[in-house]
Ligand binder design. Structure first.
Ligand code: PRP
Length: 231
């Protein structure tokens, strides 16, 4: 079934090359700042305006169809080929573990995943019955498993910094960008787990079936990022 699909996509690729057809790419973007910054990159590349109308979730241009989705849903759209490419944080990719192609670090949305505790407290992994609150349960689970430490992970969906303050957990595993949220809530980082930034990702089949289009936009975005980092 899968190999038939690959053969079909290979043939489609050959036909489109012969006919010089440019296939449209569907791009999943996470609502908010990352979508805005990504569309600005497209504006830099093509010299056109790329803006969603008011509350619309689809933006169509001759070459691209942009979808505005929740950050946690970007890789899902790409994995299921509802989008050919997408833009999402490395932390989310690591947490979800979906099999997509990681094409390029866009060097935006730079943050880290870290362990936070109440100011002055020390991380002591030998303590029994440690409780860890996080919205990133898989990253948390992996971190403690690799150290052979048994912890209870409490899944939360937001305002993670609250958990140690009211005794729900001993520590948190959370995103730290500016560090302001932890600081203002009397917490501090006691251990870094991973660095993260925004990545351009692609669906594995689209990477074959629409190789020219995917590589073309990849190279154009890469050039913009490289230029930014030279200036
Ligand atoms: C994220 C994260 C921290 C905060 C870190 O929360 O979970 O709470 O940002 O940013 P800072 O280091 O710049 O203060 P988000 O804003 O996504 O809200 P949430 O509490 O709903 O998860």
């Amino acid at each position: 079934m899968f190999s038939n699909l690959l053969v079909f996509e290979f043939i489609l690729d050959k036909i489109s090359k012969k006919l010089k057809v440019v296939l449209m790419l569907t791009v999943a973007l996470p609502k908010g700042r990352i979508a805005k910054e990504t569309l600005e990159i497209f504006e830099t590349i093509f010299g056109d305006s790329f803006r969603f109308d008011d509350r619309k979730l689809i933006l169509e241009t001759p070459k691209f169809r942009f979808l505005l989705v929740r950050n946690q849903d970007v890789a899902t759209y790409v994995y299921h080929q509802a989008a050919d490419i997408g833009v999402v944080g490395l932390d989310t990719l690591e947490e979800q573990g979906l099999d997509v192609v990681r094409l390029l670090d866009l060097r935006r949305g730079i943050c880290k995943v870290a362990i936070g505790m109440k100011k002055g407290e020390k991380l002591d992994l030998t303590k029994p019955e440690l409780k860890v609150a996080s919205k990133m349960v898989n990253i948390t689970k992996r971190y403690f498993e690799e150290r052979a430490v048994s912890v209870e992970i409490i899944k939360l969906y937001g305002s993670i910094e609250l958990a140690p303050l009211i005794g729900l957990a001993d520590m948190i595993v959370d995103i730290v960008q500016t560090g302001t949220t932890m600081k203002q809530n009397g917490l501090e980082v006691v251990e870094d787990i991973m660095s993260s930034s925004t990545y351009l990702i692609a669906n594995k089949n689209s990477y074959i079936a629409k190789k020219d289009e995917v590589l073309d936009i990849y190279e154009k975005i890469r050039d913009v990022i490289q230029k930014e980092n030279r200036t």
